[in-house]
Design a protein around this ligand. Structure first.
Ligand code: NAP
Length: 255
């Protein structure tokens, strides 16, 4: 797929992976709708930086757990661009809870994490379906996590939600074929706000440990994950239903 002249909606694009992906798309000549939930100023900065690449960029606020909000952001994007070719389901949330502390996990944790991480991508895919079909080369990328493969990560509900995203990717790939390809990336440790805020004073130690575990000796920057997403979009048109791990070889491990 050639992304130049195309249009994309990126959820959770105010910061981190979403921002890096929106800017990578913009650098390739793809107009972008920048979704955010709370971080308006950061989202506007992402949109401004995207416009500096010469594309159209708009901000579309909304909580992806809210179906009506997802339909509204898709409608706004399609109306502005006159098309929608790409959906990046990146928005995600968690709560950091040690896995052994089962009593600390509330029903609200399960509901919130699943409604954002799993129902959100489904809402957006459903809302965008018609536009992506009309594109002639529609593509969806879901941002999963190695947590959904290895069962290690910020909390048990988070790991389960990302495993479900990997499964959703397969179901949607079959349901939306042949007009829309659906794939996922599963990042490992990403240097940035998410883990800095979640791990607090343990952040540097955890980052060092992740680097030590990784075959390539590095953790991801948001731009590394964006590059994996762009690779799935612009590479073979015959890849669908797949999840690409982007973790510096942490799952592979060292000798
Ligand atoms: P981040 O820097 O904390 O950014 C999260 C983004 O998601 C923000 O733009 C945030 O927007 C948005 N968001 C959160 N809840 C939302 C909601 N209900 N509706 C719409 N937007 C919402 O995190 P990140 O590291 O870039 O993470 C991006 C994705 O990668 C997530 O799906 C995460 O699970 C996944 N991931 C992260 C890591 C990691 O180590 N960080 C590893 C593997 C996978 P607002 O600020 O406006 O709320």
């Amino acid at each position: 797929m050639n992304i130049s002249g195309k249009a994309a909606l990126v959820t959770g694009a105010s910061r981190g992976v979403g921002r890096a992906t929106a800017l990578a798309l913009a650098k390739g000549g793809c107009s972008v709708a920048i979704n955010y939930n709370r971080s308006r100023e950061e989202a506007e900065q992402t949109a401004e930086d995207a416009r500096a690449c010469g594309v159209i960029a708009i901000c579309v606020p909304g909580d992806v757990s809210d179906d009506e909000a997802c339909r509204a952001m898709v409608t706004a994007a399609a109306r502005t661009f006159g098309r929608l070719d790409i959906l990046i389901n990146n928005a995600g949330t968690t709560r950091f809870i040690p896995h052994a502390n089962l009593e600390a996990v509330t029903d609200q944790d399960w509901d919130r994490i699943f409604s954002v991480n799993l129902r959100g991508p489904f809402h957006c895919a459903r809302a965008a379906r018609k536009h992506l079909e009309d594109s002639g080369a529609g593509a969806i990328i879901n941002v999963a996590s190695v947590a959904g493969i290895a069962g290690t990560g910020s909390s048990i509900p988070y790991c389960a939600s990302k495993a479900a995203v990997i499964n959703l990717t397969i179901s949607l790939a079959r349901a939306l074929a042949p007009k829309i390809r659906v794939n996922a990336v599963a990042p490992g440790f990403i240097a940035g706000d998410w883990l800095r805020e979640g791990l607090g004073p343990n952040y540097e130690m955890a980052k060092q440990a992740a680097e030590n575990r990784a075959a390539l000796g590095k953790v991801c920057e948001p731009e590394d994950v964006a590059a994996a997403i762009l690779g799935l979009l612009t590479g073979s048109d015959l890849i669908t239903g797949q999840t690409v791990v982007c973790d510096g070889g942490a799952l592979v491990g060292r000798l």
